[in-house]
Ligand binder design. Structure first.
Ligand code: IMP
Ligand code: MG
Length: 193
């Protein structure tokens, strides 16, 4: 039984509606994988960089849809306080990449772009190490929330300004394992634990 079914009684109090269901997510990720594979057919060496922690579920599915050789790496970034549903505007690197950046083609893998603060910071941070190129794929984009201009090369879905969770995105650090994207019920207090 998957988490969408077995964890229903845990997440139901917070779920207003399912915004993007599992088959729709998976179909779009397959399309993105195809497109990215085409674009990188003769572009090497490629590294996918997962922006932790939200990007991890998306990246593990996306990379299995690629048919070009690539390495993976992880960058842990914090932009939101615990339980806070607005961007703090403050970004810090919690954990740096392990691999080399210089001369490599980087594809950043994000869960969602909101204000754009996180990505602006990450892109500047990585550019200083002189990669051959940097591109960006995000599963979700909330363009109406942007305060910093960001060029996004691949977008899974554009969504409205609603706080969402599941499929890598957390609600107070939980529910990243849900196979769908859900909208948080407004005004529901988060419990501990
Ligand atoms: P930005 O720096 O404002 O663009 O925020 C980007 C980060 O905020 C994302 O990587 C997410 O981790 C988090 N975030 C933004 N919107 C949501 C949401 O609706 N649900 C969960 N996390 C979100
Ligand atoms: Mg988050």
């Amino acid at each position: 039984m998957d988490a969408g079914v077995s964890m229903k009684h845990f997440y139901e109090p917070y779920l207003q509606e399912i915004l993007i269901d599992e088959p729709t997510l998976q179909a779009r990720i397959a399309e993105l994988g195809e497109q990215i594979s085409e674009d990188y057919a003769s572009v090497t060496p490629l590294t996918l960089i997962c922006i932790l922690r939200g990007g991890v579920v998306f990246m593990t599915d996306l990379m299995r849809r690629l048919n070009v050789p690539h390495e993976i790496d992880f960058l842990s970034v914090a932009a939101y306080g615990r339980g806070v549903r607005e961007s703090s505007g403050e970004v810090r690197i919690d954990m740096d990449l392990r691999g080399q950046v210089s001369g490599r083609h980087l594809l950043l893998v994000e869960d969602i772009i909101d204000s754009g603060n996180t990505l602006q910071f990450v892109i500047n941070f990585l550019k200083a190490r002189q990669p051959a190129s940097i591109r960006l794929v995000t599963l979700l984009d909330k363009p109406s929330r942007r305060t910093v201009p960001i060029t996004v090369d691949y977008v899974g879905f554009q969504i409205e300004d609603k706080f969402v969770f599941g499929y890598g995105l957390d609600l107070d650090e939980k529910f990243r394992n849900l196979p769908f994207i859900g909208v948080v019920k407004p005004g529901v207090a988060l419990s501990d634990g």
